[in-house]
Design a protein around this ligand. Structure first.
Ligand code: TRP
Length: 349
């Protein structure tokens, strides 16, 4: 009889006990442009955790190679620095966080290989991101299939307890737990089992041209007016906000408003920190034009200082590269400890 492929539910490894202090790890791919949704749903939330937890924020350039047809080497390298500079510009303090580029810490690739060896193929084939990204592609590299094991390596290398991600990445974090538990079962307790932390509803920004989909980097490439990119100039932002989808009425009460108007109201609330009752009262009896104008002001007030800091950081290349390499050195030290546990457990000499 052939042995059944273990399913996640049959895996019982409890994992190494969580460290006393929360360890947070997250990352962004250096592809496309970071937009307001990434800022509010990720960067801004990360900044809020940097004083409470040990935090590691990575620019995952190895993941960007999983669609090699889309990679231009010059652009990729530049984008990696750009994303790192945006982390800093958003307020992540390099003294409090590790901020580095994934490929600078080779242990990510090394652990990914070992995890590939313990990952049943069926677990990879059923990932929804693999299904959607491989659909409609003529050729699919195996890196796209094993994307989740590299992500698992990112997370497990640092004994991460908490992974702040969008809802679409929840399945990858579950996968990471399953792989870690399977490894622990096979080779003995080695990895900490992480949890996903998904930001609450308000931090979810929808497309300005289509409030039924989340604001997305890939959609923004072909649809001007879909997203507000963090580095957009004032005119572009103005155009996107003023042409955002609403409806032909004038209902600005959050409860009853159409999805497009709800998106604008909730964005306004998140940017100003005002609760919905306040926002409702403010725009009561006002048309959508007034709401959009007020929102535009708030968006620009958020983006302008961020863009000024970004320009300063990018203007000092050597300084930025120094921060990244120092962080990578510190990350490598920690990653090496985990890799040694993996080597000991598996018999790698
Ligand atoms: N897959 C994530 C995304 O597309 C990026 C990512 C890679 C990540 N490694 C990670 C996120 C580790 C959190 C933790 O958004």
């Amino acid at each position: 009889m052939t042995q059944a492929v273990p399913t996640p539910s049959s895996v019982t490894g409890q994992g190494v006990p969580h460290p006393a202090r929360q360890r947070v790890f997250s990352g962004v791919q250096p592809t496309g442009d970071l937009h307001l949704g990434t800022y509010l749903g990720a960067l801004k939330q990360w900044v809020a955790t940097q004083d409470e937890a040990e935090t590691i924020f990575c620019v995952v350039d190895l993941h960007a190679l999983t669609v090699p047809e889309a990679v231009d080497p010059v652009v990729l390298r530049e984008k990696s620095l750009e994303v790192a500079a945006l982390y800093l510009a958003a307020g992540l303090d390099p003294e409090k966080n590790l901020i580095f580029i994934q490929s600078h810490v080779r242990e990510h690739s090394e652990l990914a290989w070992v995890l590939n060896c313990v990952t049943p193929l069926g677990w990879l084939y059923r990932m929804t991101q693999f299904k959607s990204k491989s659909e409609a592609r003529e050729s699919v590299g195996s890196g796209l299939l094993t994307y989740p094991t590299l992500m698992a390596a990112d997370i497990l290398l640092y004994d991460t307890t908490s992974v702040p991600v969008g809802d679409d990445q929840r399945q990858h974090v579950e996968f990471t737990r399953d792989v870690a538990a399977r490894f622990n079962n096979l080779f003995g307790e080695t990895f900490v089992l992480p949890n996903a932390t998904v930001p609450e509803e308000g931090a979810r920004v929808m497309g300005l041209d289509d409030p039924m989909v989340k604001m997305s980097k890939s959609l923004a490439v072909t649809r001007p007016g879909h997203a507000i990119n963090l580095l957009d100039d004032e005119k572009t932002v103005q155009k996107a906000v003023m042409s955002a989808v609403t409806d032909s009425g004038r209902d600005t009460r959050f409860e009853t408003a159409s999805p497009g108007v709800q998106n604008l109201l909730s964005l306004y609330g998140v940017l100003t920190g005002e609760d919905m009752a306040h926002v409702d009262a403010k725009f009561d009896e006002q048309g959508y034009g007034a709401l959009k104008k007020a929102l535009l002001g708030e968006v620009l007030a958020t983006l302008k200082p961020l863009q000024t800091r970004y320009a300063e950081i990018m203007g000092d290349r050597a300084g930025l590269e120094h921060i990244l390499s120092r962080s990578a050195d510190r990350a490598r030290e920690r990653a090496a400890v985990t890799m040694q546990r993996v080597r000991d457990a598996t018999g790698l000499a």
